[in-house]
Design a protein around this ligand. Structure first.
Ligand code: OOG
Ligand code: MG
Length: 258
């Protein structure tokens, strides 16, 4: 199978909601470089279908996620317009395969952020504000089982996203000690502090810029939104779940799984 065929296979799995087997089991040539080539092709196909990028995402940026997925390096992907669910809105579970939810911090850039060698501190100076967010991930692989290059090819399991309606100043949330708690139907399911994401979620934005540079993809343009990665492990969703996350100093966001 070539890059184009693998990208089409993954899009077909998303659209049909029929997961496929982990690709590296049968294609040992699928390394990280080829994984990003597949992802680029998948993004091109979706763009040709009329979908628009609304955010960049980083994934596997916390120890909790590294342990859960048994992968030890951060990855990036693209969030499209069709993935957005409004805050306090409803997410249709029948459109997805086996979704899980993560609470994340999203950045909005006031200026371009460009590698190489950019730091989290420099990112903070170029940040317009932050948003509390949920990412709903939904691997197109059976049983959510994959290796590093598989999940890169699969646009890092990107599936749905919820952004809070209010933009907060970076000073309104403690980037190192800010607590984030995830509740489902009133029960605390996961909890962590923002330093879980590479010691400070701003470092995740810096890493994205440095990776884009290294891959010859230029800068993160001003105005971009970047999801910095799950602070805690991801939690499986079922129909009827009411999901709420509280963020120190930023209130709460929520959605209903229907
Ligand atoms: C890969 C995507 C991980 C995050 O925030 O860590 C991710 C996966 O776990 O399926 O989005
Ligand atoms: Mg995520």
């Amino acid at each position: 199978m070539n890059v184009r065929e693998i990208a089409e296979l993954l899009i077909e799995a998303e659209e049909s909601r029929l997961p496929v087997s982990c690709l590296t089991d049968s294609f040992p040539d699928l390394d990280v470089t080829m994984g990003y080539h597949v992802q680029d092709e998948l993004i091109n196909i979706k763009t040709d279908k009329g979908h628009k990028r609304i955010a960049f995402k980083m994934g596997i940026t916390s120890l909790a996620k590294m342990k859960q997925m048994n992968i030890s390096e951060p990855i990036y992907g693209t969030v499209f317009d069709y993935m957005q669910v409004p805050d306090k809105g409803e997410m249709a579970i029948e459109e997805l395969i086996h979704p899980k939810v993560e609470a994340e911090i999203a950045f909005i850039l006031a200026e371009d952020v460009e590698g190489p060698g950019i730091t989290g501190k420099e990112v903070l100076d170029k940040t317009a504000g932050i948003l509390p967010a949920f990412e709903i991930i939904d691997s197109r692989y059976k049983d959510f089982k994959f290796r590093l290059s598989d999940v890169i090819a699969d646009n890092t399991s990107a599936s749905r996203v919820v952004f809070g309606d209010t933009v907060f100043d970076t000073g309104q949330f403690d980037m190192e000690k800010g607590r984030v708690s995830l509740f489902i139907n009133g029960e605390l399911k996961a909890e962590g502090t923002s330093d879980a994401v590479l010691e400070n979620p701003a470092n995740s934005v810096a890493m994205l810029a440095n990776m884009l540079y290294a891959h010859g993809k230029g800068k993160i343009p001003k105005g971009s939104i970047i999801l910095t990665g799950g602070i805690t492990e991801a939690i499986r969703l079922t129909k009827g779940d009411h999901v709420i996350s509280t963020f120190d100093g930023m209130g709460e966001i929520s959605f209903l799984v229907r």
